[in-house]
Design a protein. Structure first.
Length: 211
């Protein structure tokens, strides 16, 4: 998946205003937070993460697409309607954003996405940021456990993680969980080659038949 140049000066006035590329706001939006609503929504992602020390380093991806925000961990996902148009992927530690949201009592949360940083009101957490093409963000959305084809009108959106698949030309039966875990391991191994999870997972599933 190609990555667009994050540090390219896309604002013709930025030089005049002295805006450093690292301080460029790629996108900003606001969410209501009555009664720490966002914190309780984000906690729904915890069941999709292994217990123990793994939770500390558990990654969460925020996808901005089709006027929706998708917050995703490995096997869990929530979505929130939001007026945003720019396709962006932001990756950060789930524990970081939970800590920020837990201590924020404001009724409105103002999010600002910058290269390498996610600002929520007056707090900042480190993140990885990618500006994407619409086709790329759509491919990422499709790999999720819930956000299939950007269609949230379905009632049976959750995929059965224990569902079994078998090899088309060979022996072996594998669950969706196994396939996703293996894809994640391969993605980490091939990270230096810019190989993405969905590319690996799609390759694995292309060799399978639904049992």
């Amino acid at each position: 998946m190609s990555q667009m140049k994050l540090f390219e000066n896309n604002n013709p006035d930025s030089n005049e205003k002295g805006i450093h590329p690292m301080n460029q706001i790629l996108e900003e939006f606001s969410l209501e937070n009555f009664g720490r609503d966002m914190y309780h929504q984000m906690r729904k992602l915890l069941p999709g993460i292994m217990r123990g020390h793994a939770r500390v380093n558990a990654l969460c991806t925020l996808l901005l697409v089709n006027k929706k925000l998708i917050f995703r961990t490995q096997f869990s996902e929530i979505h929130i309607n939001c007026k945003t148009e720019k396709p962006i992927s932001v990756c950060f530690h789930l524990t970081d954003i939970l800590e920020v949201l837990k201590n924020d009592r404001n009724k409105v949360l103002n999010f600002k996405i910058l290269p390498g940083n996610l600002k929520i009101n007056n707090r900042t957490i480190s993140c990885g940021t990618e500006l994407l093409k619409k086709s790329e963000i759509k491919a990422m959305v499709k790999e999720g456990p819930v956000a299939l084809d950007l269609d949230y009108s379905k009632t049976d959106l959750l995929k059965d993680e224990s569902k079994l698949y078998y090899l088309e030309n060979g022996r072996g039966t594998f669950s969706r969980n196994q396939m996703m875990n293996d894809a994640q391991k391969i993605e980490k191994l091939l990270k230096k080659y810019n190989v993405k999870f969905h590319e690996v997972f799609n390759l694995i599933t292309s060799k399978m038949k639904d049992s």
